[in-house]
Design a protein around this ligand. Structure first.
Ligand code: NAD
Ligand code: PRE
Length: 362
């Protein structure tokens, strides 16, 4: 691919544009809000404005409700040889493309399974899609050249292509993306009117569970409006689990021992099912989860601390598989949790201690 047009230069469009530009593709940037395209261009994502000649691939990264009209507009005006969209829902927009008289042979629906709770070009990063699944939903009629361009896009963004039927995709993301978004919002919503003294105690658990509750409501109304049935079905199952859990908790509160035993069994059964479900979440690069071990390092809140830890780990020949930072409330310090394969724990701890780091026992 030599040229591309990104329409919708928000989080996803600008992230794709940054990745493509970094790999030598000439990227044009367009957005109904010109300020967004200008900002993306100033970040080095490409050239502001539509191309004078048809590009190889147009990447439509606008909210789901605008996908079909934008795809058809690109096709009518001959702006690109192929068009791909990155919307979070696939079945409805494809049907709408047909209804709008669009050409399904040169359009391919796609969905990178990577994002953030923030919107706009300033939240974009070139490595957003690295190692993440990127769903492609070709039909038997999809032009081979367009499918190849899409595969090239996925590869240039460092993602892993996953081919699926559009409606199967929508059922899957109802479970792994859309319901989690609503559950995160439901937990966070309980905090809205909570006492300041209670909220001050927030630890890492509630931060993990509510991160995506910070997402853009307008975008999510749009996403959920395009997939309401499958999400409602899963949420109804969650509601049944919730009802049982409330019953178990009430039993735990009972004066009767048999009731308390039954309550404890009910709660434990749910927690065990949670363990089993969590164990099915794929690890890095979509592989089965590896049992990593964690080394915890105390850092001060100063620039360059993380880079020094990585450099020391690298010098010891240790690969950091995952990392997370836990900020200590009210202190200019925090803990860095480094996840490594079990065999790397000792060498890493030794190297870090020798370099003067303080380690915390788990
Ligand atoms: N945010 C995520 O985590 C995520 C992840 C994967 C896919 N997606 C999908 O990617 C798409 C973009 O999401 P985002 O998070 O980048 O949103 P965003 O709000 O950051 O960016 C969307 C951009 O599209 C522009 N836009 C809106 N309507 C337009 C139109 N008709 N023509 C041209 N530009 C238009 C907006 O001005 C905005 O700059 C959505 O379809 C979303 O479902 C989002
Ligand atoms: O991690 C996040 O913040 C996301 O928003 C990611 C996430 C997801 O649910 O996995 C959200 C919606 C997108 O359609 C794809 C990715």
């Amino acid at each position: 691919m030599r040229t591309a047009l990104v329409i919708g230069t928000g989080l996803i469009g600008t992230s794709a544009a940054l990745a493509l530009s970094a790999r030598g593709v000439r990227v044009h940037l367009a957005d109904s809000d010109h300020e967004q395209a200008r900002t993306a261009a100033s970040l080095g994502a490409g050239i502001e404005g539509e191309p004078a000649e048809a590009v190889d691939l147009a990447i439509v990264a606008v909210p789901p409700a605008h996908v079909a009209a934008t795809v058809c507009d690109v096709q009518r005006r001959g702006l690109a040889r192929g068009v791909i969209d990155v919307g979070s829902v696939k079945g409805g927009p494809r049907r709408e493309v047909t209804e709008h008289g669009g050409d399904l042979t040169t359009y391919l629906g796609s969905h990178p399974m990577s994002g953030r709770e923030q919107s706009g070009p300033l939240a974009a990063t070139a490595d957003l899609f690295e190692g993440r699944p990127w769903v492609l939903t070709p039909t038997p009629g999809t032009d081979t050249e367009v499918l190849n361009l899409a595969l090239e896009l996925v590869s240039l963004c460092g993602a892993v292509p996953v081919v699926m039927d559009a409606d199967d995709h929508d059922r899957a993301v109802a479970l792994v993306s859309h319901t989690p978004q609503l559950l995160s919002s439901l937990v966070a919503a309980r905090l809205e009117d909570a006492a300041e003294t209670d909220v001050r105690l927030c630890g890492q658990g509630v931060r993990d569970v509510t991160r995506i509750a910070g997402s853009d409501p307008a975008m999510w109304v749009d996403i959920l409006s395009a997939n309401p049935g499958p999400v409602a079905e899963i949420l109804a199952q969650v509601a049944a689990d919730l009802e049982n859990t409330v019953r178990s908790l009430r039993e735990l509160d009972s004066a009767e021992e048999t009731q308390r035993i039954s309550g404890a069994e009910g709660v434990e059964a749910l927690l065990r099912r949670g363990n089993a479900g969590r164990a099915r979440v794929p690890g890095k690069h979509g592989q089965a989860p590896t049992a990593y071990q964690t080394v915890i390092v105390l850092i001060s809140d100063q620039p360059g601390e993380l880079a020094r830890i990585f450099a020391d780990a690298g010098a010891a020949g240790v690969n950091i598989e995952d990392v997370r930072i836990e900020h200590a409330t009210g202190q200019q310090a925090g803990y860095v949790q480094l996840n490594v394969v079990p065999g790397a724990v000792r060498p890493l701890e030794k190297a870090l201690r020798e370099s003067g780091w303080s380690l915390r026992r788990q």
